[in-house]
Design a protein around this ligand. Structure first.
Ligand code: SF4
Ligand code: SF4
Length: 407
């Protein structure tokens, strides 16, 4: 695609990055076919090709309006378009630049600003998240039905965390939402890995995705720097890597090298952390032979697996979790349109509730079409989002695997 970026941005890092991405796009529109919002809205501007065109106009100096922002806000940042694109267009990096420019140039209405500020302030730290959740549950009957439905019915207990007794060690991130909503996930991962001769050590903090995607990119980058500071001593001690138990965090950490490439103090460390990052499915899949022996004689259930967008499209690990589970003896149902987002998408369920609800209902219909006993997934956001309407339990796959091993 020909570009003529405005003088204001052409010679900046964002300008150079955006120009390279725009030039790779041949405007074929293949990506529209797998875009969840294009399928629902049927509007070119709610598909990747239209959004790319909007961003191109903006970068070339055209006026930016609330309409530009609306179409970018409706994007789930699911990266399904990246999986489909034959030209390798990095839509995700472009939309980060586009959203930053829109936030600088078009003020949001006060109510929206307040909503985003509250999410960025209360959700990025587990202590304030826990307080906000407790307050919400205390006044549950008084809340609007849409908000009430989003509150989890119960919080599972974490259970015991094994001591760090093995030479092989991985580091996990506690994150912001996961320790509050599903504290059993990291503990289950630690127990399963412990049986496999690997110790999991947990560090506190948010990966940075939450604030980065809420108009607070600079603060999101600060969260990333804090995570690197917390992890660097472990890099120096020789840990094997970072095992991400929430695919949303993993997708972000894998991009630290990109996000901090222009920060001289952090660029090298960020790149190193990104290359050392693995999704938990990769870590466990490498030990699957031992697991098969440990599971001998256990009853394995019939499950529907929901692959989060951050696992299949961002981290390009399509099919890995499904293959792992099948290899361990799980019976997997066939799920139609598995490439489509469930509508959770970080805080999307709160910023775009109507689209999010439609996507959730479509996803649950697809997941439950063949009557599974359980729905398994790999990200806290998808798990808690789907659980609000699912007719069967929804769990992180590692939690179910831990339960099978202990049964
Ligand atoms: S992003 Fe890729 S698939 Fe979409 S229009 Fe551009 S080249 Fe085609
Ligand atoms: S990231 Fe997802 S919602 Fe956004 S344009 Fe791409 S496919 Fe559509």
């Amino acid at each position: 695609m020909q570009t003529n970026l405005s003088d204001l941005i052409r010679d900046t890092p964002d300008g150079r990055n955006a120009e390279a991405i725009l030039r790779a796009c041949v405007h074929c529109g293949f990506c529209n076919a797998t875009c969840p919002t294009y399928q629902i809205q049927g509007d070119e501007l709610d598909g990747p090709r239209g959004r790319i065109y909007l961003m191109k106009q903006m970068l070339e100096g055209a006026p930016v309006t609330a309409t530009t922002r609306l179409h970018l806000d409706r994007c789930l940042t699911c990266h399904s378009c990246e999986t489909t694109c034959p030209s390798g267009v990095r839509y995700g990096h472009l939309v980060d630049i586009g959203r930053k420019l829109v936030a600088e140039r078009v003020a949001r209405p006060t109510s929206e600003k307040l909503k985003r500020w509250m999410m960025a302030t209360f959700f990025h730290d587990p202590r304030s998240f826990r307080l906000a959740l407790g307050a919400g549950r205390a006044v549950r009957p008084l809340l609007p039905a849409t908000l009430r439905a989003k509150l989890p019915a119960s919080i599972p207990s974490a259970g015991a965390w094994p001591s760090a007794r093995h030479t092989r060690r991985f580091v996990a991130l506690a994150g912001c939402a996961q320790p509050v909503l599903t504290p059993d996930t990291n503990a289950a991962a630690a127990r399963v890995l412990d049986r496999l001769g690997v110790s999991l050590i947990e560090t506190q903090g948010c990966c940075g995705a939450l604030r980065f995607h809420l108009d607070y990119q600079a603060r999101g980058l600060d969260d990333m720097r804090r995570a690197i500071d917390a992890w660097w001593p472990y890099v120096e001690q020789g840990v094997e890597g970072f095992a991400m138990t929430a695919s949303g965090c993993g997708a972000t950490v894998r991009e630290y090298g990109h996000h901090l490439k222009d920060d001289p103090a952090y660029a090298a460390k960020a790149a190193r952390v990104s290359t050392m990052t693995r999704d938990l499915t990769e870590v466990v899949a490498a030990e699957s032979t031992s697991l098969v022996s440990l599971l001998a004689g256990k009853r394995m259930p019939r499950v529907a697996f929901h692959p989060p967008c951050t696992l299949q499209h961002w981290q390009k690990l399509r099919g890995l979790a499904e293959d792992l589970l099948r290899g361990l003896g799980y019976e997997l149902t066939t799920v139609a349109d598995a490439h489509l987002c469930c509508g959770s998408a970080g805080t999307y369920a709160l910023t775009q509730p109507e689209l999010s609800e439609r996507l959730k209902h479509n996803k649950i219909a697809a997941l439950q079409a063949e009557d599974p006993e359980l729905i398994l997934t790999a990200n806290v956001g998808c798990e808690t989002h789907l659980a609000t309407i699912a007719g069967v339990p929804v769990k992180h796959w590692i939690v179910d695997l831990d339960e099978r091993l202990r049964s």
